[in-house]
Unconditional design. Sequence first.
Length: 398
Amino acid sequence: MDLVLTELLSATLRWVHVIAGVAWIGSSFYFIHLDLSLKNHGALAAGVKGEAWQVHGGGFYQMIKFMVAPSAMPDELTWFKWEAYATWLSGFALLVLVYYFNAELFLIDKSVLDLSAPMAAAVAFFSLAAAWIAYEALCRSPLGKHEVALAVVGYVFLVALTYVFTHVFSGRGAFTQIGALIGTIMVANVFVIIMPYQRKTVAALIAGTPPDPTWGAIGKQRSVHNNYLTLPVIFLMLSNHYPLFFATRYNWLIVAIVLLIGPVIRHFYNSRHEGKDSPWWTWFVAAGGMMAIAWLSGVGTPGVKVGNLPATPKFAEVQEIIVSRCSMCHSAQPVWTGFLYPPKGVRLDDAEQIKLHVRMIAINAVKSRAMPPGNVTEITDGERQVLASWIAAGAPKQ
């Protein structure tokens, strides 16, 4: 029953996380679009920065934004914050449930660094807080007044962290950790910066004193940061389904490219929303980046020396490797603690099932090191070579 409840909790948290994330991303994209599309035609009320007319669902909307704030508080005010909070809380709960409680499978790879489960979880947890403190220090330093310089330093900072994570955790764990770290920075921007400054503005209005315009400027800076980080963090959250990204030799370079592609795509849309010329070059950059990722995935095959494969092995040898290294989870009745059924319904405990899942074996155990997770069964590079040779020969079953 404990396993059933754990699975139900995991599924529920994932559901909440996706729903909250969609709501947060949607509102973030909408307000960036609204802010950039505002027009000031000279006939606006005092203190109004600009207005935008929109149509949706058969209705027309007139949206206006004040330079700082209206002269008096409205009777009702909608706060956009719970989408961000719910996204992070559900995501962190998933991180604990899946990665911290199952660190041996998903967070640790002893061939990378021999960590205990508590140590790995502690390093992962405290790195979230440390990274946000470092980011906050950068934004509050003189560098924070220079957008481009701050962006370059921030990019190098995230790539360096990714490189470190790939040398501490498993590939899957490293990608999830950098994704969680970026998500934590984004939510902290809302919780620590944007919302408190908005509350100060409201308090000033209620007190009848003019709000400080720098409060809105700082909040806007962090909102823009969140806007440009959104696409990379979505990629990182989905990447654990794609072993050729996270479990290959150049996984940290793949993250570096994604951290460039995401902002480039957002630049295209932000420019269009602002009414500027459409920078179509951004799509060529994005396409080139994806091609580079595909190339890195192909040449980053770990543990297998291309062009130096052993002679085609007998199927009995292949079956022995797969059964001994994989069937503890991928069998009709898994023996690994915590598994009631074989993951994704993939069985590798007999000849027919092995032949049926050749493609999955190639992706997860030959082209990448995704399986066994964390290399818990200690499959050797020589055994991966045998599997590669067998697959290259057409996976004969004899």
